[in-house]
Structures are given as C-alpha cells and as structure tokens.
Design a protein around this ligand. Structure first.
Ligand code: HEC
Length: 479
C-alpha cells in the first residue's frame, strides 16, 4: 500500500486543508474514492460475520474485554442499531473499533490497524437499515479459533509474568503504589519483539459499565526490568512502555528489539490504581514475544524530551476548541516509531507535525478519548525519517464544554497534574530510533527504492527522501 503515502507536489501544503489533502492522496494514488453504495442484499452470514471476525471479535467474545459477545447472529442481532451507530462514528471518540487516526490527513499506514473500510461501513449501515437479516446459514464463515493463549492480541507469547494481586475497595481514593518485583526466570538475554499487558480481575463480565475504565482498576503501570537483585533501576535497566486502560500492546520495529536481561526482575515501580465502584481483586499479566536466539538489534532507541506541557497549562472552563502547542527539536536523525497522544478527560484531538525548514508536514492527527488510550505504531515503510534539526510540533485540542461527555464537570478552571481531573498534554510516550548519518541515508534510499518513488512524488514523513533522487535539493534543504 504505497499509494496513500504519496501526495503530488501540488498538494504538498495540505497541512490545514484536509480537502486538498484528500484530493492529493487520492489523485496521485490513481485510485477512485471507494464507493459507498453496496449492491445486492447484505446479510449477516455473508457480509457482517466476516467483518465482526476481522475487526471486533478479538474483544467482543466471552472472556475478553468488551461487555457483549458478537460471535453469532443471536449475539449480534440485538445490537444492530448500536453497531451501526458506533461504527459510523468512524474516527471520532466513541467509535468502534476504538481507533482514532483521521483518514483524510497524514500517514495512513499503521501496524495492527483494526479500522473499517468505507465499504465495510456501508455494508453495516445497509444491514441494519434493512432489518438486520440473517441470510443463508450455509454462508456463515467457520468460527475463528481463539485457541489457547487467546487473550493475547499480538500472538502467542513466549513468556507471561504475573504481578501480585491487589484488592481495591469500591469507594477509595486514587493510589500510586509499587507492586514490588517479579523474577523473569530468564537464564539468557532475550530481545523482545512485542509486549502486551492485561488486567485480570473478578468484575463480572456482564456487569453494567458504560466505560472501559469501569471494568478495570489499574489505570497505568510504570515498570522496568533490572538485573540488580534489589530491583534498583540503573543505566542497564530496560524501561518498558506504559500500559494504560484501553491501551493496545507494543510491537517493536524489527531492528529495535528491546532487551529483557538474563537474571532480571520486572520492577513494578508505580501503579495508578483507581476505584471503580465495586470491590475488585485484580492483577496484571505481562506477555512477551521474543526474537529468535542470537538476534542483535541494529539501531538505538532515541530520547526525545520536552514534547509536551506540564505545570504551565491553562485550561478554561466551559470552552470548546482550546488549542495547546508544544515543540521539540530533534538532536539527531530520527525515525519515529510510534505516536501516542496523551491528554486527560478534556482532550479530544492531537496532531503531530514535522517542521523542517519551510517544509511543514502533518504526520498524524487522531481524535482522543480518555477512555481509550491508544498507541499508534507506524508501519515499517511509513515510519517518518526526520533529519536532525527537525522541529516536532504537537497540537492538542481540549473541550471543557458540556458536549464533552468524558468530563465530570467542566465548570472549573484546571491546570496540569496527574489526576484525571487535571490535565496532561504530551507525546512523550511516543517512541523514536536514533540513526547515524550512514543509517539515515541508507534508510532513505531503501524507502525510495521500496516505494518506487520518482522525482514528482512527495512523501509525507520523509522531507529529504526526494533529495535522494535530486541531490541538488538535498544540499539546499540541509543548508
Ligand atoms: C479493543 C477492543 C474492542 C474492539 C476491537 C471492538 N470493541 Fe466494541 N466495545 C469494546 C468495549 C470495552 C466496549 C464497552 C466500552 C465502550 O463503550 O467504549 C465496547 C462497546 C461496544 C458497543 C456498545 C455496546 C452498548 O451496550 O451499546 C458496540 C455496539 C460495539 N462495541 C461494537 C463493536 C463493533 C461492531 C466492533 C468491530 C467493528 C467493535 N465493537 C470492536 C471493546 C472493543
């Protein structure tokens, strides 16, 4: 899918014109807009079941995260209207599946993207509007095999570790607590290709809860692995991505496996625990998938600091569309691996922009729903390749008006802070790889070759890629 990465040069300044952006993407890709008309009858067995299998059942089945199952016609039929309504939200908060990347701007290739195509959305709408018919039972696809290890969305893990259990009273204050250490039992170093964390608790599956948060008590967990027997964090420790309520797992880039050290302990430094109105007993499980033995990473993770705002936030009461901005200058050539917008209940949207000289590119815009904190991993061939000196810019949008149903009460002024009633605004959970001059040039050349770029293409996320084809441009741009 190289096509949607490309926009013709005519539309290169499409940052604020999403219509132009859309035209740019579609026109240069040479594909027509997808038809929203769906010919013929749409039935559950022929059309809808395959969509639910592909996009929904990983959560909507017994013993998974969602409140109801969508495995069979009997399961799904009562929800037909709700299914149409929630999927039609597309990338807005409340949308199902929970994935908020805006499709008319920026990079469109992400790993593990569960979103629906326009054609699938049209089928769902038509099915609901025509009375949600079952169709021919013989056309029902065979059920998916969720097998063992089925709770893991990123595939069967090589190692699963459990935290100690905690009990959280129905009504109790937020706590930030350490859960001690858990030995990994590893006798040799292993590099990790993906990690996924889930909460296991005793909340009944059919318990009434309108939000994801109501089904959990762990709001996030900061954890690392350390080879120090006392669990001290030092320069040899590995910091793991922070699991949060509703957050998806992490797939690391092929060349950047993360080290889980021989003899290490998982150090469960700090859990944010939040009561949910029921006495709840819960623990976390950490599932690691390894690279084969002997694997060595080829690149280093980079530290990009400062892409966010903290104590200086000034959030006005009862006001929609409040914009926030933060900037960070890249100190080395950088490959952007993930975008992870982080706001609190007032947050509704975040965009990430790269500014290199006069070239301003919107890399990604996503709606934000504090019930569903998501991380977005760019596909390998779409990870932005940004030269040293690029300014990363995040733009956040907050809404404290009554239209924002995530806010308990928008009437008070609020500032920055850790509690969900205070605010955060950052992309410091996004991840980056640092590239040497040689690696940077090689990666750009590979990108140009793989995507078969020509001089008249324009690639979002790689301001110097065209310079590879036109050396005279590269020398002007880097001056
Ligand atoms: C990542 C897990 C996940 C995926 C994937 C997912 N859902 Fe959900 N869904 C949930 C959870 C959890 C809830 C309850 C919380 C909420 O509403 O956000 C929910 C709620 C819903 C509701 C509202 C139920 C009600 O009582 O009104 C509908 C309808 C729904 N999902 C349909 C879908 C459809 C259709 C798909 C696939 C196209 C899908 N979901 C994919 C987890 C998921």
């Amino acid at each position: 899918m190289k096509a949607t990465l490309l926009a013709s040069p005519r539309f290169s300044l499409w940052v604020c014109g999403s219509v132009a952006g859309l035209l740019g993407v579609v026109a240069s890709a040479g594909v027509g807009a997808q038809s929203t008309a769906t010919a013929g009858d749409v039935t559950f067995t022929k059309d809808i079941a395959p969509i639910l299998q592909k996009h929904c059942q990983t959560c909507h089945r017994p013993d998974s995260l969602a409140p109801m199952s969508l495995l069979t016609y009997e399961d799904a039929r009562p929800y037909a209207r709700a299914i149409k309504a929630r999927t039609a939200l597309r990338t807005q908060r409340g949308a199902m599946p929970p994935w908020y990347i805006e499709k008319d701007i920026g990079i469109q290739q992400y790993k593990d993207d569960p979103s629906l195509s326009e054609e699938e959305l049209a089928k769902i709408a038509k099915w609901t509007d025509s009375g949600a018919p079952r169709g021919n039972p013989a056309e029902m696809p065979p059920p998916l095999d969720f097998g063992s290890g089925d709770q893991w969305k990123l595939g069967k893990p090589d190692l699963v570790l459990s935290s100690p259990s905690i009990t959280v009273k129905a009504m109790s204050a937020d706590q930030w607590i350490s859960l001690g250490t858990v030995p990994t039992g590893l006798t040799e170093d292993r590099y990790v290709r993906s990690v996924e964390v889930r909460e296991v608790n005793d909340i009944p599956r059919n318990a009434d809860s309108k939000t994801v948060g109501g089904r959990f008590v762990f709001h996030h967990m900061n954890y690392s692995s350390s080879t120090d027997p006392t669990g001290r964090i030092d320069e040899n420790s590995t910091h793991w991505p922070l699991p949060e309520v509703g957050r998806n797992g992490d797939i690391f880039p092929e060349q950047a496996g993360k080290l889980l050290q021989a003899g290490s302990l998982l150090v469960l430094e700090q859990a944010h625990v939040h009561a949910n109105g029921r006495d709840t007993n819960a623990h976390l499980e950490f599932a690691f998938r390894f690279h084969p033995k002997g694997y060595q990473p080829g690149v280093k993770w980079a530290n990009v600091s400062g892409l966010g705002r903290g104590a200086d936030m000034d959030v006005k009461p009862l006001t929609a569309n409040q914009e926030l901005h933060a900037y960070a200058v890249l100190q080395q050539h950088t490959k952007v691996v993930t975008f992870e917008p982080h706001l609190h209940a007032a947050g509704t949207r975040m965009c990430l922009e790269a500014i290199f000289g006069t070239d301003i590119q919107t890399l990604t815009c996503a709606a934000y729903d504090h019930n569903w904190v998501r991380t977005y991993a760019y596909a390998d061939d779409a990870m932005p390749l940004l030269p040293k000196g690029t300014i990363l810019h995040i733009i956040g949008v907050l809404d404290t008006s009554p239209a924002n149903k995530n806010l308990a009460d928008g009437r008070n002024w609020s500032g920055g802070g850790r509690r969900s009633v205070s605010n955060m605004f950052h992309d410091t959970l996004g991840t980056y790889i640092e590239l040497t001059e040689e690696q940077f040039e090689k990666e750009m050349a590979e990108r140009v070759r793989k995507l078969k770029l020509t001089k008249s293409d324009y690639l979002i996320g790689c301001p110097l890629c065209m310079g590879v084809l036109q050396p005279e441009l590269a020398s002007t741009a880097s001056r």
